[in-house]
Every structure is written in structure tokens, then in C-alpha cells.
Design a binder for this molecule. Structure first.
Ligand code: FES
Length: 111
């Protein structure tokens, strides 16, 4: 299992838009909703647009390029044209800092 990586402080995350973070081969879209933080693969599974630039509503993000929706909790594609989920990173908050643990199965984010 991969080690958790600190990506910043909860207080630094905006609540009105996503933020993209990158390390090694990972490119992750972070979203803060209230006191909760969600982290999914940033590359849309349809054509790799940045999901961090999408609109967030009802626990989902809408891809800014063609409008597919992805659940922030499960990564599932909820509408066309995307049909494949994006990876979900485990979020741990410790003393106000956000740590991400990559998915345990290989994903397109890691290729
Ligand atoms: S690139 Fe995201 S729906 Fe096409």
C-alpha cells in the first residue's frame, strides 16, 4: 500500500472550486465541501479534461469539457459521454492537514 502524502491544509482549500495537486505520477482533483474533503483522479475518463476545473454540485463534479458527471465519493461516472469511473484517493485529515493515499489498484492515473 502506498504511503499517504500531505498535500496541504484544509484551511487553504477553497470551497467554491476544485484544486489540482500533483506528485509522482498522480494528478488529483481536490474538492472541499464544508468540513469534508474529496479527492478523485483529475483526468476525466472520457478525454482527460481537468476535473478540478469542473462545477461541483450535489456531491458530484461536472467535467468542464463535455459535461460528464462524476461522484466525488465513488468516482463513478454518472452521465455520458464518460462511462468509466475515475480513481478515488483516500483522504485523511490530521491536525488540519490533508493527506491522500492513492488507490490500491492500478489506474489510468498511474500509467
Ligand atoms: S473530457 Fe470529460 S466528458 Fe469529455
Amino acid at each position: 500500500m502506498s504511503a499517504a502524502v500531505r498535500v496541504g491544509a484544509v484551511s487553504d482549500l477553497p470551497t467554491d472550486r476544485g484544486v489540482r495537486v500533483e506528485w509522482d505520477d498522480h494528478r488529483v482533483a481536490l474538492f472541499r465541501i464544508g468540513d469534508d474533503v474529496y479527492a478523485i483522479g483529475d483526468r476525466c475518463s472520457h478525454a482527460e479534461a481537468s476535473l478540478a476545473e469542473g462545477l461541483v454540485f450535489d456531491g458530484a463534479v461536472e467535467c468542464p469539457r463535455h459535461g460528464a458527471e462524476f461522484d466525488l465519493g465513488t468516482g463513478a461516472a454518472g452521465s455520458l459521454p464518460a462511462t468509466t469511473p475515475v480513481p478515488v484517493y483516500t483522504v485523511t485529515i490530521d491536525d488540519g492537514d490533508v493527506f491522500l493515499t492513492p488507490p490500491t489498484v492500478p489506474t489510468s492515473e498511474e500509467s
